[in-house]
Design a protein around this ligand. Structure first.
Ligand code: NAG
Ligand code: NAG
Ligand code: NAG
Ligand code: NAG
Ligand code: NAG
Ligand code: NAG
Ligand code: NAG
Ligand code: NAG
Ligand code: NAG
Ligand code: NAG
Ligand code: NAG
Length: 685
């Protein structure tokens, strides 16, 4: 029966313009190649395909299906996905030359309807001394470390990929290009007898199952014949759209290709349920009705009363949300939190409603976004609680039910923290898929911004630097000294916010307990350049890991250099090297170096170096650091006389054109994902 329905639109392109799914009728087209079916909108001939969906069949060679030189394994219309095969990058010791041979590459799908599936793929690295980077648009995006010490070889376990011999990472969404490369200071020169090669690739998560012999042989590469499967989403739409476009589906009870015009015999057709009694059991006389037997009412609604249908859908969605809210609330430990709050009766912490959050962020409007940190997106919210003060609303990344108790405990502790130098947690909302946390809004920029994006030296005299450092150290020390200590885990200059009069406020808490969520194996947390090497070895976060990262912040403060140079060399190792040689003064920021403060600068440098000690036992505690910083600060003041009117200094008075307000410093989307991987040089020691 040539009956058709408007297939359901899943995504609308650029908001609002409804598009009609059934597009072209296919001419006489070749519809398979190398055993792979090629449904419309894909095709081998331009007349048989939508623009951007033209494939090639290598009939003269291997007979396989290709898209721009990349092999295609499957095409799924219902999922809107294709499976491609991409090269595995290798980094192998060459015993002839005694050097390392590297095979890296790049996949570029820009200007095509394809995007790498962030849900279906994981960045995977295999090896025993491996640090692989995912590069996007020339930027380091994510890194993955796989190591095995000699006695760790026993610990290699089938199907377990947690950093020993194997590492997996989630990737950012909607990527259209990527490359893979290796950090050269993690190489197999010394262990080639055990493990000659490192491998890394973006791999379809469900196809990967770690095997012990992957890290010590070429078994991984062999298993995939040098090319791993990769899931790629596609959608019809305009390339210029930022939104993904749309995919189509046949209505319930219909089966076929929803992209074809209804006249086409392969387009969505009514399934004759009567002919398949096993699938559609019928007691009595069966009469095939258009659509599904059970869906008749639904269909009548749809074809006769389109508007009613939409209303109905909206009502259903509303009910669904109402139901989900409650479910999420429980899933995220809402009950637990309420119970705990009842016990601890002195809490000013508030549980917000979904509607309140939506209203405050104007429905998560893009213009409300003020930052994107490792833990999630931060929105600026207005008029929460009928109070005109703005707030910062953070959408946590993912949620792990297993850590629910820890999460609620930490929330409760944080809600009771009332420290001048810690961003105040005001409340949360647990009625969304992921928890939302509401914080005090901090109006000025971050320490990172002050150091690395401002040209005016007058705003960062040594006094200010020391004051901010001392206040931050006091805040960390406070958190470490709680009955139930809170470790920050991502200490860096972008997480130190500045309030009026340069009061430091440390941020980016709260989601940390749930950050491992995502459903991914986020093995290493933290930010490249700040990561404690001992943490990388033991995968155990301690208060001394925060101390190490803070040491890097102190170096930034002394040198005004970024923690990782353009050549990806870590500031920590450069500085330590210079300390050994006694040449560190060359690295000190000339803005603060004067003849009369050399001794104080040396004290500071020594303090930073103590924080960066390889073994955590040798590092000082945060409270010791805070004391020392206060001592140095006092001496600087004595040197200079009274601190010259800090309050008259203004960040906004500087020349920079960027005046937007920040909550967490990193706004550059992918940069913020640099949370992983390692600090090469220290590690190699
Ligand atoms: C077709 O296959 C041959 C042999 O496998 C190969 O050399 C050639 O590069 C392929 N052509 C394309 C367009 O992929
Ligand atoms: C996808 O392709 C692979 C290899 O060609 C094949 O084994 C698999 O069955 C296909 N899967 C689907 C869903 O077509
Ligand atoms: C399309 O419909 C099929 C069958 O009802 C279903 O399995 C599939 O998940 C749907 N696809 C999408 C993207 O909703
Ligand atoms: C190893 O190095 C030698 C000499 O540089 C080179 O000729 C050879 O191709 C390399 N081997 C591999 C497998 O790349
Ligand atoms: C291998 O790593 C060692 C130690 O990190 C380094 O000294 C050496 O230069 C590296 N070799 C290559 C070929 O990169
Ligand atoms: C590797 O093995 C060879 C022979 O088995 C041995 O001569 C060589 O010393 C070993 N090299 C290392 C670095 O262990
Ligand atoms: C992975 O392989 C192991 C054995 O090598 C097997 O026991 C396990 O079921 C596999 N897991 C998956 C998800 O295929
Ligand atoms: C690696 O292990 C798998 C099963 O665990 C086995 O099938 C494969 O042959 C092994 N490969 C090598 C090179 O040892
Ligand atoms: C995409 O949109 C741009 C501008 O909106 C338009 O110029 C272009 O023709 C469109 N391309 C397609 C394939 O629809
Ligand atoms: C309760 O809160 C008040 C004011 O916020 C504070 O002074 C008091 O110490 C708190 N009591 C307890 C037991 O925490
Ligand atoms: C911080 O921001 C506030 C409000 O935007 C502004 O009044 C103040 O001058 C700023 N302070 C500094 C030190 O920049």
């Amino acid at each position: 029966m040539p009956f058709h329905m408007l297939a359901s639109l899943l995504w609308l392109c650029c908001g609002g313009i409804a598009a009609y799914c059934s597009a072209a009728s296919a001419a006489i087209c070749v519809r398979s190649c190398g055993g792979v079916e090629i449904p419309y909108p894909f095709g081998l001939d331009p007349a048989c395909a939508l623009p951007g969906f033209k494939l090639t069949c290598n009939t003269t060679g291997d007979g396989k299906l290709y898209y721009k030189g990349v092999e295609l394994l499957n095409i799924s219309l219902t999922e809107g996905q294709v499976r491609m095969r991409m090269d595995i990058a290798t980094y192998c010791y060459n015993s002839t030359s005694g050097g390392m041979n590297s095979m890296s590459w790049l996949l570029n799908l820009k200007g095509t309807p394809f995007r790498l599936s962030d849900f279906g793929n994981k960045f995977t690295a295999i090896g025993c001394r491996t640090l692989a980077y995912l590069i996007v648009d020339g930027e380091l995006t994510t890194g993955c470390t796989a190591t095995c010490k000699a006695n760790d070889l026993m610990k290699l376990t089938d199907s377990v990929c947690i950093g020993i011999g194997c590492c997996q990472m989630a990737i950012p969404g909607a990527l259209q290009s990527y490359g893979v490369t290796f950090d050269s200071s993690f190489n197999t020169t010394e262990i080639y007898n055990i493990s000659r090669c490192s491998y890394a690739a973006l791999v379809e998560a469900s196809s990967f199952n770690f095997s012990r012999n992957y890290s010590v042989s070429s078994a991984f590469n062999d298993h995939y014949h040098g090319q791993a499967p990769l899931l790629v989403d596609w959608a019809i739409g305009n390339d210029t759209c930022n939104v993904v476009g749309y995919i189509c589906n046949c209505s319930k009870g219909f089966y076929g290709n929803p992209y074809l015009k209804p006249e086409d015999p392969d387009s969505c057709q009514d399934i004759d349920e009567c002919k398949e009694p096993n699938k559609y059991p019928c007691h009595g006389k069966c009469m095939n009705k258009v659509g599904g037997i059970c869906a008749t009412i639904l269909l009548a609604l749809m074809s006769l009363l389109g508007i009613e249908w939409i209303k109905y859908k909206q009502r259903m969605k509303r009910q669904d949300i109402m139901k989900k809210r409650g479910e999420y609330f429980h899933l995220h430990g809402g009950q637990l939190l309420t119970d705990m709050m009842n016990i601890e009766n002195n809490i000013s912490f508030k549980l917000y409603d979904r509607d309140e959050i939506e209203l405050a962020t104007k429905g998560f409007d893009k213009t409300s976004i003020i930052g994107e940190g490792g833990q999630g997106i931060v929105f600026k919210g207005y008029n929460l609680d009928q109070v005109s003060n703005p707030v910062a609303i953070k959408k946590c990344k993912g949620f792990d039910e297993n850590s629910r108790t820890e999460f609620t405990q930490e929330l409760l502790i944080l809600s009771q923290v009332n420290h001048e130098n810690i961003v105040k947690l005001l409340g949360c909302c647990l009625q969304f898929e992921v928890p939302f946390l509401v914080y005090e809004f901090v109006p000025n920029k971050t320490l990172h911004y002050l150091f690395h994006s401002q040209n005016d030296p007058s705003i960062r005299p040594l006094e200010i630097r020391l004051k901010v450092a001392a206040e931050s150290a006091e805040a960390f020390s406070y958190l470490h000294s709680l009955d139930h200590p809170i470790l920050h885990g991502d200490v860096k200059s972008t997480n130190i916010l500045l309030s009026n009069n340069f009061i430091a406020k440390i941020s980016d808490f709260g989601c940390s307990k749930i950050r491992a969520a995502d459903g991914h194996n986020d093995v290493v947390k933290g930010t490249i350049g700040y990561l404690d090497p001992e943490y990388l070895l033991k995968f155990e976060l301690t208060d001394k890991s925060d101390v190490y990262s803070f040491g890097v912040v102190l170096l930034e403060l002394l040198t005004r250099r970024t923690p990782l140079s353009n050549q990806k060399v870590s500031l920590a190792s450069v500085f330590q090297e210079a300390m050994k040689e006694g040449l560190f003064l060359e690295l000190i920021d000339t803005e603060i170096l004067h003849e009369d403060n050399m001794r104080l600068i040396s004290d500071l440098a020594r303090l930073a170096c103590q924080c960066l000690a390889m073994t955590s036992e040798s590092r000082p505690t945060m409270s010791r650091i805070a004391e020392e910083l206060r001592r140095i600060e006092k001496q600087v003041r004595q040197h200079r006389g009274v601190l010259t009117s800090i309050s008259s200094l203004s960040l906004s008075a500087s020349s920079s054109a960027d005046t937007s307000e920040h909550f967490t410093g990193e706004t550059n989307g992918y940069n913020s994902l640099r949370r992983v991987a390692a600090m090469s040089i220290e590690f190699a020691r």
